[in-house]
Design a protein around this ligand. Structure first.
Ligand code: UDP
Length: 329
């Protein structure tokens, strides 16, 4: 079904990017069931009338029953392990959840007759690029188990397309950031740059540690492409209308170094945000910046919040409204 109201099974829909996507799906009138193990999810993040089923992708019987009962028209698969640093110390959970858990979900979808699948992939599937900006044709040579696990699942999707006729859209996110009014970043242990910087501005941390200052970049710190979470969500809505499979980079096309991010956050928050140089973090590529031309042309993606100050302003607004995360509601 194209363009009409659909039943959408959303894994990880209680998490950061998933919950914002659910908000967007509801705006379009879709019927949404969120499947989340609540490891990083928040029940408050799942807005009504979406419903929440707590379950684990690693348990095939559980995911198969949930998909079989809901009978979705499409699956949007956000759930997964997503920390580069953690994957360098505990690769097992990355292959288990991102590869095997994802395959459990895909198999359950096919068994329930659902052949439309949207997957949260990552720019980490590329590894350090030879040229910037990065389009979808550059070689995929991940340098951490996180990126490798996402790449393997992309390949699983290709085989499910061949064998079962699944139509998939793999969205390779660059650095998700920002917030909607209702939903933002609130993790058990925060490791991401922007939320940590804002924690310093809130007085909840003393300083931001800069992981390495001797990278081959103009100011020596790593460069990333920050993309607004609402723009990411919109790309998933576009993906629902697709009738052929594809891979798309989702980024703003602008690269900001760690120091530049801290500077923008200083301006947005009016706080001095002290910074200290720390050792580099293993597995970090120096520079990742997207060319999202394919997403704009073929997916019809039109990012609306692609300036870093706007992205940080929305994240700051959410953090100020929720200084202790969802628990402060
Ligand atoms: N970073 C940093 N200090 C921190 C957290 C992150 O210097 O406390 C750097 C990190 O090394 C990377 C960039 O900020 O170059 C973005 O990291 P993040 O964890 O937000 O996202 P990633 O790029 O790993 O997905």
């Amino acid at each position: 079904m194209i363009g009409g109201v659909m039943r959408i099974f959303v894994t990880g829909g209680a998490g950061y990017i998933g919950s914002v996507c659910v908000e967007e799906l509801l705006k379009y009138g879709h019927e949404v069931l969120v499947f989340d193990n609540m490891e990083e999810g928040h029940a408050e993040a799942v807005l009504a009338p979406a419903t929440l089923t707590v379950g684990d992708l690693n348990n095939f019987a559980q995911v198969n029953a949930a998909v079989g009962e809901f009978r979705p028209d499409a699956v949007i698969h956000f759930a997964g392990k997503a920390l580069v640093g953690e994957s360098m110390t505990n690769p097992y959970i990355y292959y288990q959840t991102n590869v095997m858990g994802g395959t459990n979900l895909l198999e359950a979808a096919v068994r329930a007759g659902c052949k439309k699948f949207v997957f949260s992939s990552s720019c980490a599937t590329y590894g350090p690029p030879e040229k910037i900006p990065m389009d979808e044709r550059i070689p995929q040579k991940p340098i951490n188990p996180y990126g490798h696990s996402k790449l393997i699942f992309e390949q699983v999707l290709k085989w499910y397309e061949k064998v079962h006729g699944v139509v998939f859209t793999a969205l390779r996110y660059f650095n998700a950031a920002g917030a909607s009014v209702a939903n933002g970043e609130d993790r058990k242990v925060e490791t991401h740059l922007i939320p940590i910087v804002l924690d310093v501005a809130l007085g909840r941390r003393e300083f931001i540690g800069i992981f390495g200052e001797n990278y081959a970049t103009p100011d020596g710190t790593c460069i990333r492409d920050y993309v607004h979470v609402i723009d990411l969500a919109e790309a998933h809505i576009k993906a629902l209308d697709r009738t052929v499979s594809g891979f798309f980079n989702l980024g703003s096309g602008d690269g900001y170094s760690v120091r530049q991010v801290i500077d923008v956050a200083r301006k947005v928050t009016g706080h001095a945000i002290p910074a200290k140089i720390m050792p580099p973090r293993p597995g970090d590529p120096p520079r990742l910046v997207a060319s999202a031309n394919r997403a704009r042309m073929d997916l019809g993606w039109k990012p609306r919040f692609n300036k870093l100050p706007t992205i940080i302003e929305t994240a700051w607004a959410w953090r100020q409204a929720h200084p202790k995360g969802y628990r402060s509601q």
